[in-house]
Structure formats: structure tokens, C-alpha cells
Design a protein around this ligand. Structure first.
Ligand code: HAM
Length: 437
């Protein structure tokens, strides 16, 4: 009987990162990191497995109930693979609360796991830039976080009209539902969940769900629709909204003008965010091109997470930016550069007797921080050239029969096809000059 072979398929909803994919991923990460660092944020990381309780507290029903990868470990502990980073960062901050200079500005790019139905912009494993600030309650923190978020997209070359930031405030929907529409806390919770998925369901489904949740008020749908259409100017016409909430929102939008973001940010009462920890402003950033409907970023302010671990409260604010949606965004707007191989020089082995000398050349090049691959097999010239070409090498350093006799090398520029025969040190000089251009 024939032996059954193992599948080469990767697990559903995950990606294999081949070298060319890693080049792209490293590029995405390096731009994100550079922008975060340019605002004074420091990188941190945490474990991929945490106690399940960490997420039970405030991560929210959808993730904890349906999407979390959890298991009981060999020591009978209930653990989970992190579906998000916010509980971990809150735990880490709380652990060293007294020692950390405030405000705390941190970022990380963890891989996260959610048992989702994979689709465009949705996978089971994704990487997510998390940028969070702790210890600033003033709205200047909102301004910094939003401007940092936009600057990341600008750093990738995005145009101002290629994305939009939608903002709401946690209190807004609560006040409208509880004090304006006068529904019970349970009904309010259900309506929030319906609004959170409103973009993913049809209008009929939406109406049916709201009517089922609030059966005793036939005008509920139209009242909710009026609320969803509110602008910062018409907020005073929405029942239930407190003056303080209205002022907070209006001030933020005034301030966003002063930092020149007012053409990108939109007040949108339909932003819900399915996490239980948000307490203040909540926001999402969307691609304006219609093929990418999933949010690029999600974030907001959370006042009560640190308090889960400590007697002291410390307000946090931050966002997550996913690599899958970011890549879709950059592709849609034609912003992905061509990624060349990082290696610069290839030294083929044309004659067995050159092996040791080729290694010496390579050592000299590496001392100058020039990446070089040396062939370990002597093969025909054509075969080695086509290998170097496929791998995208910029230069080939040749030492054939003639060069061995003359004590020289031939340097071939694969981009221009020019070549020069000279001493090794002159060739090295040439490469250095070209690289510094
Ligand atoms: P989130 O909205 O769940 O927020 O995720 C943030 C972003 O991560 C989304 O906008 C999306 O780009 C990406 N993302 C989320 N799930 C997936 C998935 N299954 N596949 C691909 N991309 C995905 C949070 O996780 C919050 N903890 C963010 C935060 C940080 N809030 C404050 N600080």
C-alpha cells in the first residue's frame, strides 16, 4: 500500500511567509515602527499564551465566546492564545505601575489568533501594530494617537482622500439608548451588537433584528436611524445625550481642525467597537476604495483596564492596525514598492581551485557590511548567472580562468550589464561607491 503523504497546506486562515513575503512583511513593520518611534513610543512584547481570565474580563462576547483559541494546559490551567494585545499591555503596565515613567508610550506588533471565517481582510492569524499611551486624560492624547495613526498611512505614501477616520464616543450610544430611547441595559447591549455588525448585514436583517430586540416601540428603527445620521452640530436634537458628552465631542472636532486633520476625520455615531473596555472616544479607520470594507484600524480610550490588576486606575488610549487590511489598502492604492533581494553580491564558483579565495573575498565584503552569497558548488557559468538573476542579485563577482591567471576579478552589474575587470580591492571600492549613491 502506498504511504499517505502529509499535506503541504498551511492551517486554514494562516499564511506561510516565503522569503518574498517576508520582504513585504518586514517593510510593513519597519515603516510602522519608524513612525511609532518618531513619536517617542518604545517597543515591547508579551507572551502569546495568557490566562483565559485575562480576556474573560473585558475583551467582549464575540471574541471570548466564539473566536478565542483556548485550551487547558498540562497543569490544568485555562489558557488562551492571544486574540488581541490590549489586555496583555494593560497587565504589563499594571505589573510595573510604580516604576514606569509616565506618560507611558508603547508599541508592539504581535501576531494574534481569532477563530474567524477567513475572507478578504480577515484571517485566523494576523499581525497587528498596537500603539498605546497610558497616563494622559486630556484630549491631547486623542490628538496624538489619531495623528500618529494617520502618519503611518502617509508614510506608506497614502493620499489624504484614500482613507477616512470615523469617530464616536462610548457614552453617546449608551446615553441615547438608555436615556433617549429608554430601553433596558440588556436591550441596549443587544442593539449595540446589531449596530456593530450593521455593515455586514442587509437593511432588512437590520430592521428585523432591531424590531425583535425592541418589540414594544415601533418607532425604534427610525429613531435609531436619526441618531446614526447625527452630526456634531445636530447632536443637541438627539434625545438622551448629555451636554458634557456633546461638548467633549465638539471640542475634539474643533481641536482636530487645529492639527489639520479635519478633512480626514468624520463624526460617526455608528462606530460601536465590540470590546467592553472602551470608556471614551472610539474610532476606526477605513479605506475609501470600495473593495476593502474591513476596517484598517480600530481603537479608543479605556479607563478601567489597569484597575483590573491594581487599586490604582490609569487611563489608556490606543489602536490596533492589522497587517492584512493594511496590505489590501496598499495594494488597492498601488503603494507597494518592488522588493529587491537584500543580498547584494553573488560569487559563483567557476573553478574548484577558487573556493578558498572566494571565501576570502566574501569575508572582506562582509567586513564592509555588504551582504554576499558564495557558491559552494562549481557549476557552469550560465547556470550560476541565471540563479543570481532569479534571486535578484545586483552584482556578480567572477573569478574564472583568465582572472586566476591575472590575479584579478570581474565585477558584473546585473542592472546595467556593464562589467569591469580589476583587482579585488578596486572592485570592492566600486561596489561601495555604487551603494552609497
Ligand atoms: P480590533 O478592531 O479587533 O481592535 O482590531 C484592530 C484591527 O486589526 C482591525 O481594524 C483589523 O485591521 C485588524 N484585525 C482584527 N481582526 C483581524 C482578523 N481576524 N484578520 C485580519 N485583521 C484583523 C483590537 O484588537 C484592539 N485591541 C485594538 C486596540 C489597541 N485598542 C486599544 N489599543
Amino acid at each position: 500500500m502506498k504511504e499517505q503523504k502529509l499535506t503541504t497546506e498551511n492551517y486554514k486562515g494562516t499564511r506561510d511567509f516565503y522569503p518574498e513575503d517576508m520582504r513585504l512583511r518586514n517593510y510593513l513593520f519597519s515603516v510602522m515602527k519608524d513612525v511609532a518611534k518618531s513619536y517617542g513610543y518604545e517597543e515591547y512584547d508579551g507572551p502569546m499564551v495568557e490566562s483565559l481570565d485575562l480576556y474573560r474580563a473585558k475583551t467582549g462576547e464575540e471574541i471570548v465566546g466564539k473566536q478565542i483559541y483556548n485550551f487547558v494546559d498540562k497543569g490544568d490551567r485555562e489558557v488562551a492564545i492571544r486574540p488581541e494585545m490590549t489586555p496583555t499591555v494593560a497587565r504589563m503596565v499594571a505589573k510595573k505601575l510604580r516604576d514606569l515613567p509616565r506618560p507611558i508610550r508603547w508599541f508592539s506588533i504581535p501576531n494574534l489568533w481569532r477563530y474567524e471565517q477567513p475572507g478578504h481582510g480577515r484571517l485566523r492569524e494576523h499581525w497587528q501594530l498596537n500603539v498605546d499611551m497610558f497616563g494622559v486624560t486630556s484630549q491631547r492624547a486623542e490628538l496624538e494617537i489619531l495623528s500618529l495613526a494617520c502618519d503611518i498611512l502617509f508614510a506608506f505614501g497614502a493620499k489624504r482622500n484614500s482613507f477616512k477616520v470615523t469617530i464616536s464616543h462610548r457614552s453617546l450610544l449608551d446615553e441615547f439608548l438608555l436615556d433617549g430611547l429608554k430601553v433596558s441595559p440588556n436591550q441596549a447591549h443587544e442593539v449595540s451588537k446589531i449596530l456593530d455588525k450593521k455593515n455586514k448585514i442587509t437593511e432588512e436583517e437590520y430592521v428585523a433584528l432591531v424590531s425583535k430586540t425592541i418589540p414594544n416601540d415601533p418607532t425604534a428603527v427610525s429613531k435609531i436611524n436619526l441618531f446614526l445620521a447625527a452630526t456634531t452640530e445636530t447632536l443637541d436634537q438627539i434625545p438622551g445625550i448629555k451636554e458634557e458628552t456633546r461638548n467633549t465631542i465638539q471640542t475634539l472636532f474643533e481641536d482636530l481642525k487645529t492639527i489639520g486633520l479635519d478633512d480626514i476625520v468624520y463624526f460617526d455615531p455608528s462606530v460601536v467597537r465590540g470590546f467592553d473596555y472602551y470608556t471614551g472616544f472610539i474610532f476606526e479607520i477605513f479605506d475609501t476604495s470600495p473593495q476593502n470594507k474591513r476596517s484598517l484600524y480600530g481603537g479608543g480610550r479605556y479607563d478601567n483596564l489597569i484597575g483590573l490588576f491594581s487599586n490604582e486606575e490609569l487611563s489608556g488610549i490606543g489602536f490596533g492596525l492589522g497587517d492584512v487590511t493594511l496590505q489590501n489598502f496598499l495594494t488597492a492604492h498601488d503603494l507597494l514598492p518592488d522588493f529587491a533581494n537584500d543580498s547584494t553580491v553573488y560569487i559563483p564558483l567557476l573553478d574548484e581551485s577558487s573556493f578558498a579565495e572566494n571565501q576570502n573575498f566574501a569575508r572582506e565584503l562582509r567586513k564592509e557590511k555588504i551582504a554576499v552569497e558564495v557558491s559552494l558548488l562549481s557549476q557552469k557559468m550560465g547556470k550560476q548567472l541565471s540563479y543570481a538573476e532569479k534571486k535578484g542579485y545586483r552584482w556578480i563577482l567572477l573569478r574564472g580562468e583568465d582572472e586566476i591567471k591575472a590575479g584579478t576579478v570581474t565585477l558584473k552589474d546585473m542592472a546595467t550589464r556593464n562589467q569591469w575587470t580589476s583587482s579585488f580591492s578596486e572592485a570592492l571600492q566600486k561596489i561601495k561607491e555604487e551603494l552609497s549613491k
